[in-house]
Ligand binder design. Structure first.
Ligand SMILES: Nc1ncnc2c1ncn2[C@@H]1O[C@H](COP(=O)(O)OP(=O)(O)OP(=O)(O)O)[C@@H](O)[C@H]1O
Length: 287
């Protein structure tokens, strides 16, 4: 990973909050992602990771929640996400792609994979229909699909979960975005497939020069695949730390997350610590 500390951030977020009714799910978040950098947002279920990712990407359901933000910039251009009852946010923000946990929710069930992928390629590259088809086949091969001709003609419902996830990656990255937001992109896959799919996503993003903001509850994945980790707890960012420094984390909650990771040593224990038990102990210590 090149040192990008002197380059302008691809994403800049200042004072972003998300509120559902009276529940403030994200509280005054500040973060930056630099070109080509891989950043994870990690935290337990309900800590606000998805709300933050959706608010940045423009996918937050504004009928359910509201976004308040001081600054939200993608490649120096302000994105308008604020307010409630604002005009519906367009589904695609140029320069930004998103991969969801459930690929079915972002693939159109009616159209073939080929038509969905070539539409993105033609919009991005302004190429002929024939060239877009060639490029689409190449993208399907790149994401490890061995029978791309068949998949081009298939509809999402005819593919397995793993295949759909690969197609999602192809669609998300083929538009050559500056930033990819990936929300638990492999959690619907078996553990054995998940690591391979994550590796593929990270390699393809690197090849395209795309920065990745990855939402996950798996701190081990962060260690393996990201440069930087943002830890959320009850809607707040409690720590921002380089992935290689994770074992020196200062925040008690980050240390709690690390303690809950199964290791060969913990496998010999009768009971693996749970986040609840670690937190109860930490809170007891803090009192
Ligand atoms: N559409 C919604 N309407 C009301 N409350 C919501 C909605 N979406 C999320 N919330 C609430 O916001 C808080 C944060 O949820 P969010 O899904 O962002 O957390 P998360 O860290 O991504 O969790 P998970 O890992 O389970 O996806 C939770 O209290 C949740 O109940």
């Amino acid at each position: 990973m090149p040192d990008t500390t002197d380059t302008a951030p691809v994403l800049r977020v200042r004072d972003l909050s998300v509120t559902y009714g009276t529940n403030v799910a994200v509280k005054h978040a500040n973060l930056e992602v630099r070109p080509g950098e891989r950043v994870a947002i990690v935290g337990e279920s309900g800590s606000g990771k998805t709300s933050l990712g959706n608010a940045i990407a423009g996918f937050l359901d504004l009928d359910a929640g509201r976004v308040d933000v001081d600054t939200l910039e993608l490649q120096g251009t302000a994105l308008d996400r604020s307010g409630r009852g604002a005009p519906r946010i367009p589904r695609r923000t140029p320069g930004l792609s998103m991969i969801f946990q459930d690929a079915m929710s972002s693939l159109d069930p009616v159209w073939t994979i080929g038509s969905q992928l070539t539409a993105v390629l033609r919009e991005t590259e302004n190429v002929s229909r024939a060239q877009a088809k060639k490029d689409a086949l190449e993208w399907l091969r790149r994401v490890g699909i061995t029978d791309p001709e068949r998949v081009m003609h298939a509809k999402p419902g005819e593919l397995s979960g793993g295949m759909r996830q690969r197609v999602m990656m192809a669609i998300a990255l083929s538009s050559k975005p500056a930033l990819l937001i990936a929300d638990e992109p492999t959690s619907a896959l078996d553990a054995s497939l998940a690591v391979g799919a994550m590796k593929l996503m990270v390699e393809l993003a690197e090849r395209e020069g795309t920065a990745v903001l990855m939402i996950t509850h798996d701190i081990e994945l962060c260690r393996k695949f990201t440069d930087f980790v943002i830890v959320m707890y009850h809607g707040e960012i409690v720590e921002q730390i380089s992935s290689s420094e994770l074992s020196n984390a200062k925040d008690p909650y980050t240390r709690g997350l690390l303690e809950c990771v199964p290791t060969l040593a913990s496998a010999r224990l009768d009971e693996l610590p749970t986040l609840e038990s670690v937190r109860a102990r930490l809170e007891g210590t803090a009192a």
